[in-house]
Structure formats: structure tokens, C-alpha cells
Ligand binder design. Structure first.
Ligand SMILES: Cc1ncc(C[n+]2csc(CCOP(=O)(O)OP(=O)(O)O)c2C)c(N)n1
Ligand SMILES: [Mg+2]
Length: 325
């Protein structure tokens, strides 16, 4: 903790709080049916996006999956454009055509979120090949879940990236479930970070609920990849608090227990950072209030502007979706 400057820690706190409170607000508003999109909430996983993306520049590329709100915010995305996208408005980051699972904002380096499990993995490797061919010191990052590790394309992409020494980081957020299917029912060994060592990629396992650990441990990995060392694989261990999609608890479905959920909630990434910051007097109660008020006002403003923004013109719906002749 001491090795991270207070200013950076406070910023990590602000980013995580923005992601958390935004997820909570979406959960609250979603039943009103104004958002005509499935939503996959990132609640509980905030430390990964915040700690990792703190080392990225806006021209580094980030490829996300359908659980991408946190990735977009942490990459320096536009909160109002994200919320407008959930409401299908023209002012949304994907001009209202994509919804929650298909966020795109090239100005922030978010090259696209995808609803296809593992779909963005080879694309991220391709982007890294372009960086290498252009001799640019940029990195390409792809976030995916433990479920995506079951897709063959990961192995092909890692093999190619190692062979060509590409500046790509394969970042797996292992929350131990793919929808209702536990990791142990799909993978004989709990070893995602080591699983591709046979291809020659270095793998690291990081506790994904500890933002200081994420920040410190990913710093050197990202710097190495940027410096030309070749690709890296990271497995973050974390837990999804809500149901797979749509928010709310899904413990009644029977695939996981309330005890397990409670155990992970006690390891809340946001609260543990807050406690440490207060203990170390980096965050005072007054500062905390100020940050919370600011973050909440920004979120309220984003929702207010989204619901009063126009929808895309009906005659223009396929614009930006299909290639223009
Ligand atoms: C190629 C493909 N297969 C199946 C699905 C259906 N599906 C949607 S999400 C999901 C689970 C993925 O779990 P994981 O990668 O662990 O990510 P998490 O939802 O836990 O963040 C599946 C199987 C899909 N969208 N794409
Ligand atoms: Mg998962």
C-alpha cells in the first residue's frame, strides 16, 4: 500500500466507486424497462478494471466482453455516453445501436465489447500484430471470463501471440462461474494462469479483489509487454455478486450458496480499499463525502440526460451497423 502514491489510491477509489454506484443505479432502474438491453453487472469485480486500466493510455486498445461497464469506465470512458447507450439513444457510445453488450468508444481506446464468449480474443491479438508491424509502443488487452477459457480460440490466439511476440495481454477474470456452471464442473484443474504455459506464455495469478495488488502486480507485466517482451496471461480471482444478467440475487437458482456469496461480499474490493485509506488517513470522512457526492451527481446527471435524449432516427437504424455502399 505504501508504495502507491495517495493521489493514485484516491483515484482508484473514485473509479471503483463510480463503477459500483453505476451498477447499483442500473440495478435499481432496470425493472422500469426503459433500458431495452440485457445488462451484465460488474458488481464485485471493480478492482480488476480499476487497478489494471490505471496503467493504460487512451491509445492502448481494450477489448471487452458483455460484462464491460467497468472496463469502459476504467479506460477513461464517458459515463453519460455509457448510460445513453443502455437507453438506446443516439448520444450513446455506440449511437444507441449496440446496448450494454456492444459498447464501443475508439476515443477512449475501447475497441469493442462483444456478446460472443471469447469472440474478442483473436481480434485483440490481431490488433497487437498491427501495433508491432507499425512499431508502436502500444498494448492490446482483452478481458474475458473463466468460461472463455473453454473456447479453443484462446489457445490458437495465445500460440500465435507467443510465436510473433505480440504486445497483447490476455486478462481472465475468473469469477468461478459461466452463467450457472461452476468452473470445477468444466475444468479438471483450477489452473487458468498456468494452463497455456505449454505455448510459452508467462502466466500470473492475482487476487482480483485487492486493488492495490492488482495495480502493483500488473504494472510490471504491462510495462514488459509494452517494452517488447511478448504477450502475457493474467488470471484474476474474483466473484460476481449479482445474477449472471439483469441484477438481483440468483442464489435461489441453486447453483451457488448464500454462504459463498456472503464470504466474497466480506472481501468487498471497494470497502476494503476504503477501510485501508481511512486507517492510513489518506481519506478523511469529509473527503469521502465529497467524492461520494460528486460521483453520485455525475451518475444522476448521466441518467437524466440519457432519458431525455433522442432515439436514433428510424430511417437510420442500420447506419453504423452495416457497411455503407
Ligand atoms: C460463443 C458463445 N457461447 C455461449 C454463449 C452463451 N453465454 C453467454 S455468457 C456465458 C458464460 C461466460 O462466462 P464467463 O466467460 O466466465 O464470463 P462471466 O459471465 O462469468 O463474466 C455463456 C456461455 C455466448 N454468448 N457465446
Ligand atoms: Mg465467469
Amino acid at each position: 500500500m505504501v508504495t502507491i502514491p495517495p493521489k493514485i489510491l484516491l483515484n482508484l477509489y473514485r473509479v471503483m466507486l463510480t463503477i459500483r454506484n453505476l451498477q447499483n443505479k442500473i440495478e435499481e432502474e432496470y425493472p422500469k424497462d426503459g433500458m431495452k438491453t440485457p445488462v451484465h453487472l460488474y458488481t464485485g469485480q471493480e478492482a480488476i478494471a480499476a487497478g489494471f486500466c490505471a496503467h493504460l493510455n487512451s491509445d492502448d486498445y481494450l477489448f471487452s466482453n458483455y460484462r464491460g461497464h467497468g472496463h469502459y469506465i476504467a479506460k477513461g470512458g464517458n459515463l453519460a455516453a455509457l448510460v445513453a447507450e443502455l437507453y438506446g439513444r443516439e448520444s450513446g457510445c455506440s449511437r444507441g445501436r449496440g446496448g450494454s453488450m456492444h459498447l464501443v468508444d475508439t476515443s477512449a481506446g475501447l475497441m469493442g465489447a462483444s456478446s460472443i464468449v471469447a469472440g474478442n480474443i483473436p481480434i485483440a491479438a490481431g490488433a497487437a500484430l498491427a501495433f508491432k508491424m507499425m512499431r508502436e509502443k502500444r498494448v492490446s488487452v482483452v478481458f474475458f471470463g473463466d468460461g472463455a477459457v473453454d473456447e479453443g480460440v484462446l489457445y490458437e490466439s495465445v500460440n500465435f501471440a507467443v510465436l510473433k511476440k505480440l504486445p497483447v495481454i490476455f486478462a481472465c477474470e475468473n469469477n468461478f462461474y459461466a452463467v450457472c456452471s461452476p468452473q470445477r464442473a468444466r475444468q479438471r484443474l483450477d489452473n487458468i494462469y498456468r494452463r497455456l504455459s505449454g505455448c510459452g506464455i508467462p502466466g500470473t495469478r492475482i487476487g482480483g479483489n485487492d486493488v492495490a495488488a492488482v495495480y502493483l502486480k500488473t504494472k510490471n507485466i504491462i510495462a514488459g509487454v509494452r517494452g517488447g517482451k511478448g504477450p502475457a496471461l493474467i488470471e484474476f480471482r474474483t466473484y460476481r455478486w449479482c445474477g449472471h444478467a439483469g441484477g438481483g440475487s440468483d442464489v435461489s437458482l441453486g447453483y451457488r450458496t448464500q454462504q459463498e456469496l456472503d464470504r466474497w461480499k466480506r472481501k468487498c474490493p471497494l470497502l476494503s480499499l476504503e477501510r485501508r485509506l481511512m486507517r492510513e488517513r489518506i481519506l478523511t470522512p469529509e473527503q469521502k463525502l465529497k467524492i461520494h457526492n460528486h460521483v453520485n451527481a455525475e451518475i444522476e446527471q448521466a441518467f437524466a440526460s440519457a432519458i431525455t435524449s433522442p432515439y436514433p432516427d428510424a430511417g437510420q437504424l442500420s447506419k453504423y451497423v452495416f457497411r455503407e455502399k
